[in-house]
Design a protein around this ligand. Structure first.
Ligand SMILES: [Zn+2]
Length: 298
């Protein structure tokens, strides 16, 4: 089909860097195994803060040039993960970063948060019908932590999956396709607690003055709700760290920790976790899957 590999994975994210933080190991692992890994990023992250002082002029309140810079960071990150198919929803700059919840940027023309969900979803339907992924990964309905672009990315991804399989919907966007399995990014509570305990035990944390809090980690839920656990080898964990480092305006990495612009240390998770929310589990009841494609037959 389109000359694509047998296994096809689509990830939908809000900003450049979210993919490497949440799914870097998963993306590197499946890309290395020869699966088709495609990333759709919904905004350029124009409203982000900037860590390196030398690049502080890029921010939205100064030159407003961060979006274009982050396109380059994302490309470098994808090179580290071995992912060649990465796109922006509707093309680069079609939807703008909406800023944090409640800010005036939420209502700015072109802001992703103010976009019509069906209109935005149509761009993703075209990608789904072209690539025909068996697996879709995105955020939970709260976007993991309530950021408007993450919530909207969830809504658009879910809506696009529905529309893509509807036979009567927009045949100009390709033949209908049904995604077999849909996952939300998750982190089990015990893993977060252990990660922060290790962080506190490490004391110095080299580059970072203070730890973040477990509440700063998006998508945390009770362990029993986690259906799927992806463990990478050293190469895919190293690729994740390198990809995160490529987002240099957003992330500082000092393995096994990293920090965002608040400079608070967080654990860099070498395993990634998911909650299967649509499709058949590929593991016996009560056991976790160790492959997003488990049980996928076609
Ligand atoms: Zn984000």
């Amino acid at each position: 089909m389109n000359g694509l590999p047998a296994r096809r994975l689509l990830l939908v994210h809000a900003h450049p860097d979210d993919e490497s933080i949440n799914n870097g190991v998963t993306m590197a692992k499946y890309a290395a195994e020869g699966a088709h890994v495609a990333l759709v990023t919904c905004t350029l992250g124009e409203e982000g803060e900037v860590i390196p002082a030398a690049l502080a002029h890029l921010t939205a309140d100064r030159e407003d040039a961060l979006g274009a810079h982050r396109v380059g960071e994302l490309a470098a990150a994808m090179a580290e993960l071995g992912v060649t198919d990465h796109r922006f929803l509707g093309g680069p700059g079609r939807f703008r970063d909406s800023g944090m919840m409640g800010t005036e940027q939420n209502r700015r023309p072109g802001a992703f948060w103010s976009a019509d969900v069906d209109e935005a979803a149509a761009y993703l339907v075209e990608v789904i019908r072209e690539l025909r992924p068996q697996v879709l990964v995105t955020y939970d309905p709260d976007g993991g932590y309530g950021h408007p672009d993450h919530i909207q990315a969830h809504r658009v991804a879910v809506r696009a999956a529905e529309l893509a399989e509807e036979a009567s919907y927009r045949r100009d966007l390709g033949e209908p396709h049904r995604i077999s399995k849909v996952y939300w990014n998750r982190v089990p509570r015990s893993v977060v607690e252990e990660g922060f305990a290790a962080l506190r035990a490490a004391g110095g944390m080299a580059a970072f003055p203070q730890p973040a809090a477990p509440e700063d980690v998006p998508g945390v839920i009770a362990d029993r709700r986690v259906t799927t656990e992806i463990e990478g080898d050293e190469a895919s964990v190293a690729a994740k760290a390198a990809a995160m480092r490529a987002h240099a305006t957003q992330i500082v990495v000092d393995r096994p920790f990293f920090a965002l612009s608040n400079n608070l240390a967080q654990p860099l998770f070498a395993r990634e976790y998911y909650e299967l929310v649509a499709g058949e589990p590929g593991a016996p009841a009560g056991e976790r899957e160790h492959d997003l494609f488990a049980g996928v037959t076609a």
